[in-house]
Write a protein that binds this ligand. Structure first.
Ligand code: 1QQ
Length: 385
């Protein structure tokens, strides 16, 4: 009888707001029993447009993760409801998607958008609404700086490229390079800044810095100039479609395969090798994940992804998959689907087992885990050694 009246009293207090059930201060890891119903999470991917080489694998992997989480009972009686929007690879598309997800679907968090270029335009909307954003493929500078609700699990170019330059310089002993980058995109420009700093820091001479714009398809003027300067390597900061054309045209113009083409996150799609064919052989890229990684759950992830979609996951899939698990972990720890409580729990994540490795956020909400370098051999990414 006593417990019954206590229960009754508790219910009354909750109903009249005396108990802050959704307050993060009362949350702890054991409180998944306070979670129920569907928890709406937005996902904004480039499913059409220039960056559509990346978005579909992000969509696939995030759906796989949500399905596994819901099946496992990780969130008690609650289930994640993933609501996916296409940003069409544009800023405007991302802004529309964020508005719709926040106002119409009342999402408690957003994954994405695919491109840093779109994130720069759309993330401030979520920051103003106090809805946490977990970027899973934004690698330019200035992302988490947009506000305390903005996180990313994708390693920034500034962190990845010093390692790429160090490893490739050690192997090839190159001394002078040429750079080609897109100067009208937040990522390709940010990638250039990261490479420039790493090259300067490591004492490598930059013979020429050439640029291009989105949608350019003829790179012969820049590549002819670069060829004449006889660089030991070419650094390219580009998204996959332009990168593939640059590789094909460089080899067509007679820049030998002994001059490696080294790039950033834009190279990390298997579509690059499909588009560039043999010209992609030997291309090198700094990355955050390799399919052969011995990271927690990676083998099972690769198998489950392959089984469901009939293809191997790429790095973008792995980061999206890890992203859903990171969000679910924050919801579970918060014991709440309140966006502020989720933000607070996410900020505290340390050494979480993910397919990317032991995962932590630093105090700036940047990801902490080791980068890798990969090279294309027989059309596949393998570890660069
Ligand atoms: C960014 C990137 C792209 C390559 C994501 C697909 O890293 O826009 O930041």
């Amino acid at each position: 009888m006593k417990t019954r009246s206590f229960l009754f009293l508790t219910i009354l207090m909750v109903l009249f707001g005396a108990y802050p059930v959704f307050d993060s201060s009362v949350a702890n890891a054991a409180q998944t029993n306070t979670l129920s119903g569907e928890i709406p999470i937005g996902a904004v991917w480039s499913l059409t447009g220039d960056a559509a080489v990346y978005g579909p694998s992000q969509k696939n992997a995030s759906e796989l993760a949500a399905e596994q989480i819901n099946k496992s009972g990780m969130l008690g009686a609650a289930k994640i409801k993933l609501i996916t929007e296409d940003d069409r690879s544009t800023k405007e598309g991302a802004i529309t998607a964020f508005d719709k997800l926040i106002k119409e679907y009342k999402v408690v968090a957003i994954l994405g958008p695919t491109l840093s270029n779109s994130a720069k335009a759309a993330d401030p909307i979520a920051q103003a609404a106090k809805v946490p954003v977990l970027a899973v493929s934004n690698t330019a500078g200035g992302i988490v700086e947009m506000g305390d609700f903005i996180f990313r699990d994708s390693l920034p170019e500034m962190l990845v490229q010093p390692n790429t330059i160090k490893q490739t310089k050690n192997k090839f002993g190159y001394k002078k390079v040429a750079i080609l980058y897109g100067n009208d995109d937040v990522f390709t420009k940010g990638g250039y800044d990261a490479f420039k700093k790493a090259l300067d820091d490591q004492g490598i001479k930059i013979l020429a810095t050439e640029t291009f714009n989105k949608k350019d398809s003829d790179f012969s003027a820049q590549l002819t100039k670069i060829k004449g300067l006889k660089p030991d390597a070419i650094i390219v900061s580009a998204l996959a479609e332009e990168a593939a054309s640059i590789m094909s045209q460089a080899r067509q113009l007679g820049i030998p395969a002994s001059v490696p083409i080294i790039g950033g996150n834009g190279f990390n799609s298997p579509k690059l090798a499909q588009l560039a064919g043999p010209a992609a052989e030997g291309a090198i890229t700094g990355a955050a994940w390799l399919i052969t990684n011995d990271t927690p759950g990676n083998k099972a992830f690769v198998e489950a992804y392959h089984k469901k979609y009939g293809a191997n996951p790429d790095q973008f899939a792995a980061q999206a998959y890890a992203g859903v698990y990171i969000l679910a972990d924050a919801i579970k720890t918060a014991g709440s689907s309140n966006p502020v409580a989720i933000r607070d729990a996410m900020a505290k994540i340390k050494n979480l087992d993910t397919v990317l490795g032991k995962f932590s956020f630093d105090s700036r909400r940047e990801p902490v885990h080791a980068p890798v370098v990969q090279i294309i051999k027989n059309g596949q990414f393998v570890l660069f050694k």
